[in-house]
Design a protein around this ligand. Structure first.
Ligand code: PXG
Length: 293
């Protein structure tokens, strides 16, 4: 069935949602995005995602002519218009239509696009068996380049890292920063468990400040499991008892192998299983009702 897309201030049929070839989002990857999940008619961490979209925009000097409340409302309207209860919503803001040439000064108005769709979940087997992860040669950009915190429309660095990992037989790719420390995976943050303590790299090591990552800190506090931010190398993952990845799409997913070395016993661990369970429980019992907006 054709989707209804929020495009330039209104809902239109999928076939009418067309971007100009002069949109700088297409010409230069100049723009930002967010990926958000909704469960049983409730959008998970909607305000946090919209706040991150605003932060990404601010960092690239893209002034948004909408309030955060308007974007929350438009997101819920788009989900409702498609009759969806469970799925994934993608918000994109492009720099807008301009002339050829890098300067965004030729782009007077940003374009807002909201796509709500049902999501193809990772197969259940990935959660039961766990993912094999391969270290990518493609590094996360340094803080001296565009901040790795900006969720920009140019994801080629991560796309190429993902391609590399998959070609090498992995399901996900581990990305290091320029110093060789662990940053994150291509679309997920990374955690280890060792002697009952959870570890994850600080975001200053180059990973995205993931919203799911933040939820793990909340859950760890509630579950009274110690959690520590620590600069990590691949060695720390090779020798961990457990490893799991987090992201809006993947939720909490076990990683059982890095670079062909089994992590722990090479099977999903008990702490990972507890967090998968706790996360699933939380997403089903919180969130912004799509009708309330
Ligand atoms: N790191 C990167 C580089 C990401 O893009 C995450 C970590 C996890 O962040 P959240 O906030 O989701 O916990 C992301 C987000 C996709 C897709 O299509 C993946 C993400 C976002 C949007 C789409 O695979 N990952």
């Amino acid at each position: 069935m054709a989707l209804k897309i929020w495009f330039d201030g209104k809902l239109v049929d999928e076939s009418e949602a067309r971007v100009s070839v002069f949109d700088h989002g297409l010409l230069y990857g100049d723009g930002v995005f967010e990926g958000i999940r909704f469960y049983e008619g409730r959008v998970f961490r909607l305000q946090a995602h919209i706040q991150r979209l605003f932060d990404s925009s601010k960092a690239i000097m893209l002034k948004l002519p909408w309030t955060q409340e308007e974007l929350c409302k438009n997101t819920c309207e788009t989900i409702q218009a498609n009759g969806l209860r469970d799925g994934y919503v993608r918000l994109l803001v492009t720099r807008g239509v301009g002339t050829l040439g890098l300067s965004p000064d030729s782009c007077p108005t940003p374009t807002l696009i909201i796509i709500a769709a049902s999501i193809q979940l990772y197969p259940d087997s990935d959660y039961e068996v766990g993912l094999k992860v391969i270290t990518c040669s493609t590094r996360r950009p340094t803080h001296g380049s565009l901040s790795p915190q900006v969720k920009s429309l140019n994801y080629l660095n991560n796309v190429m890292a993902k391609v590399e990992a998959v070609r090498a037989g992995g399901r996900e790719g581990l990305m290091l920063n320029e110093q060789g420390y662990v940053a994150e995976c291509t679309g997920d943050n990374v955690f280890t468990v060792k002697n009952g303590v959870i570890y994850t790299p600080p975001v200053s090591d180059g990973g995205l400040d993931g919203i799911t990552r933040g939820v793990i800190f909340e859950l760890a506090a509630q579950m009274e499991v110690p959690i520590v931010e620590k600069t990590m190398t691949r060695f720390d993952i090779y020798t961990a008892d457990e490893c799991f990845l987090t992201g809006t799409a993947a939720e909490v997913i076990p990683a059982v192998e890095l670079d062909h070395r089994p992590i722990g016993e090479g099977v999903p661990g008990p702490t990972t299983a507890r967090f998968i369970e706790a996360y699933r429980e939380l997403v089903r019992n919180s969130g912004t009702s799509i009708e309330a907006m």
